[in-house]
Ligand binder design. Structure first.
Ligand code: DX5
Ligand code: ZN
Length: 228
């Protein structure tokens, strides 16, 4: 197996912690600072107890986003919004299986719209939910906090779950030849990103760690150094 090096890792700043009064500039600045993806947290005050932004904001930001937009849907139900976000310029769309009546159908909607598809597992959601839909997945997103808010602490038990999912995805890759990305979301900082990578993650969402500092490039560079 080829050794994972720094170029295989992707850093996905979550604009949940950006300045909402200047979102376009924030997206441009964090891409200039080295972001590989823009993580876009959609909350509906129903699936999670918080409310953020919808497809119109995604469409408005699309011209600023010269890297893929990674839409994380924390909404229930999901199917209508999948279609709206695909039209609004989403490149990847992930949702929580608890929020869809028909998970396989929702994944197909994402793929049919030409986007990469993924499932998001909350800290208490079991890994086996992935098993029957692996062929539909481009990515798995593991929550390392309970969804709804930025700035929470990384739940250490997630490291065990990352290893379990890594094993499952490696097994799938050896059978199918297709690699599924493993993204982790919540409480990721410069000082824990290496442990999260060692457990098997390749894509790292970070909101408050990046937007909470004045120099986004300094934080992203420190994260890459920690990964290297
Ligand atoms: C939480 C969101 C996260 C959040 C991460 O529901 O899905 O993407 O913004 O924020 P930090 O990095 O501050 O934990
Ligand atoms: Zn997220």
């Amino acid at each position: 197996m080829e050794n994972t090096n720094v170029t295989n890792y992707r850093i996905a700043p979550s604009i949940l912690s950006a300045d909402f009064a200047r979102l376009g500039e924030e997206v441009r600045d964090v891409i200039a600072a080295g972001a590989d993806l823009i993580h876009f947290d959609v909350m509906d005050n129903h699936y999670v107890p918080n409310l953020t932004f919808g497809p119109m904001v995604c469409e408005a930001l699309k011209p600023y986003a010269t890297v893929p937009i990674d839409v994380h849907l924390m909404v229930e139900p999901v199917d209508d919004l999948i279609q709206s976000f695909a039209k609004a310029g989403a490149d990847m769309i992930t949702f929580h299986p608890e929020a869809s009546r028909h998970v396989d159908r929702s994944l197909s909607l994402i793929k049919d719209a030409g986007c990469q598809a993924g499932l998001v597992l909350n800290p208490a959601t079991p890994v086996y939910l992935l098993e029957n839909v692996l062929e539909r997945l481009d990515m798995v997103l593991l929550m390392s906090v309970n969804p709804g808010f930025g700035g929470q602490s990384f739940i250490p038990q997630t490291l065990v779950k990352i290893r379990q999912v890594r094993d499952l995805l490696d097994m799938y890759e050896s059978e199918s030849g297709r690699r599924i990305a493993l993204e982790v979301d919540g409480g990721i900082k410069v000082d824990n990103i290496a442990a999260i990578a060692d457990a098997g993650a390749d894509t790292f969402v970070a909101g408050s760690a990046i937007f909470g500092q004045a120099d986004y490039k300094a934080v992203i560079d420190q994260m890459r150094t920690a990964l290297a």
